[in-house]
Design a binder for this molecule. Structure first.
Ligand SMILES: Cc1ncc(COP(=O)(O)O)c(C=O)c1O
Length: 489
């Protein structure tokens, strides 16, 4: 049904920015239809759509509208020129970076929280919403294995989770003075760490990235030796950032050994679980992340492997008081007061006005049940194993890191090509494959060599799609290889 917005202009009895009931319902139905059409038709859409800024400006650039516009035209423009020109991170054949499979219940929860315009910064501002946040955090706390005194907060994503955790660590261990302090992590740690530490007043040389082992994990003996050397040099080791699932290979650093070192050396141990720690919803994930409860803080992203729409991150701190005394918005003396059962979430992070991010996770867990989350995560892990198995069977392909937490990497490497030529060839394979629009993968560097990486956390991916993607990669690789050989000969 067409939505007539010109009625708004004519209806002088209504306050500005107000719609009559029928118009609101009609607009809502039109919006819901657009979302459902997208979700049910996504397989037929191209994964990757990137137009130039100039082309998009030509399609979308318009002066500020003074009057209500034609709503159907507006929706058509959005569907045809905006949502058709994004890379669909929720596409079942999107395997690049970290996919964002999303879920419909989570999307509806966003509509609800925006519709009710929930303020979740203080208890008085949003008691019911804060209670849901507390309940959802409590579910996560138990899954992570933190003690009852742990506290957390929902925020924008892994980057902000790292920032809040590092600010807490700086406060607790350094009394906020970063001079000569050193943070340790592996060469696989996510780049957002550097920006977070820069924001907190650390210089690049205060971040020590140590070489990882053959499974891309931080090596405790290398860490211990470096801490000792730094102390001898008069520096102040204060924090270790462990990976609970690297973006590159899904590797998990040895959390038990790291926690022993950190306790002995009085260092803060943070786990970046933005990608991997979401897997605590499933048995194999919990097993792999078994010792997560030993760390001082952990970041985990609902908008990654907990299937929530962007954006939703979460940070949890083992000793909740550390988080609160670092961020408390209240007067200084209040920081010492025992926390009540009715927290003001503005005291746990950097936002005062906060939206109700917990709702989408809570709502989708209620709608689908945690068993469905478990099944979805197990499916993601299986898909990566299928990729590994099939690539092992293909000629000239080598697995460069086995399926771990739904991430697998491989490389096309015929024996007659040198490493550098193979690097270039693998880049070309990825670019050509992505150019087809059928699927999307990425290349990354492991041990200085270019490899192809797939992250298979979308539970809607079908076996046959995996087969087709791998066959297409192989086909592209062979034809690029043949033309390369032809050029060399
Ligand atoms: C391991 C890891 N840490 C941190 C981040 C940053 O998270 P966000 O993009 O949600 O800020 C990412 C993003 O992919 C990640 O994979």
């Amino acid at each position: 049904m067409a939505v007539d917005l010109t009625r708004i202009k004519r209806n002088r009895t209504q306050a500005p920015l107000t719609l009559d009931e029928q118009t609101m319902r009609d607009m809502g139905y039109r919006v819901i239809d657009a979302v459902v059409d997208h979700l049910t038709d996504i397989r037929n859409q191209k994964v990757l759509n990137v137009k130039s800024g100039r082309d998009l400006e030509r399609l979308l650039g318009q002066p500020l509208p003074r009057d209500p516009q034609n709503f159907d035209k507006l929706m058509d423009d959005l569907e045809n020129h905006v949502f058709q020109n994004i890379t669909h991170h929720d596409h079942p054949r999107f395997f690049a970076f970290v996919p964002g499979p999303g879920n419909y219940a989570g999307a509806l929860a966003e509509m609800l929280t925006n519709g009710f315009n929930v303020f979740c910064g203080t208890w008085i501002g949003g008691a019911g919403a804060s209670e849901i946040e507390l309940i959802t955090l409590e579910w996560l706390r138990r899954l992570v294995g933190f003690p009852a005194g742990a506290r957390g907060v929902f925020l924008s994503g892994g980057s902000e989770a790292g920032l809040v955790a590092m600010a807490t660590a700086r406060n607790v261990k350094l009394n906020n003075d970063p001079k000569n302090a050193i943070v340790y992590c592996s060469d696989q740690t996510h780049k957002s760490l550097d920006r977070n530490l820069w924001l907190l007043g650390f210089r690049p040389e205060q971040i020590v990235r140590l070489p990882s082992d053959d499974q891309f994990r931080l090596q405790p003996s290398v860490l211990s030796a470096r801490i000792e050397a730094d102390r001898r040099a008069g520096l102040r080791p204060f924090c270790v950032i462990a990976n609970a699932g690297t973006t590159n290979t899904g590797s998990i650093d040895p959390l038990v050994d790291l926690s022993v070192i950190c306790r002995r050396e009085d260092l803060w141990l943070h786990a970046d679980g933005a990608y991997g720690a979401g897997a605590v919803f499933c048995e194999p994930g919990r097993k792999a992340l078994e010792e997560l409860g030993l760390v001082d803080s952990v970041g985990l992203d609902p908008h990654k492997w907990m299937f929530q729409p962007y954006s939703a991150g979460c940070v949890m701190v083992r000793n909740g008081f550390d988080l609160r005394r670092t961020f408390s918005y209240s007067a200084e003396y209040l920081k010492l007061i025992e926390e009540s059962d009715e927290p003001n979430f503005c005291d746990y992070g950097i936002q005062l006005t906060r939206d109700f991010r917990a709702l989408k996770l809570w709502f989708s867990l209620k709608v689908f049940g945690a068993d469905a989350f478990e099944a979805a995560q197990v499916r993601g892990m299986e898909l990566a194993e299928i990729v590994e198995k099939r690539m092992r069977q293909k000629r000239n392909w080598h697995i460069t890191s086995s399926a771990r937490l739904a991430v697998v990497t491989f490389r096309f490497q015929p024996s007659d090509l040198d490493e550098a030529t193979c690097d270039e060839l693998n880049r070309e394979i990825v670019e050509t494959f992505n150019g087809t629009g059928y699927g999307m993968v990425i290349y990354t560097k492991l041990n200085d060599r270019t490899v192809i990486r797939m992250c298979t956390i979308n539970p809607r991916t079908r076996d046959v799609e995996i087969q087709q993607v791998l066959d297409l990669l192989d086909h592209i690789a062979l034809s690029l290889y043949k033309s390369l050989i032809g050029r060399i000969a």
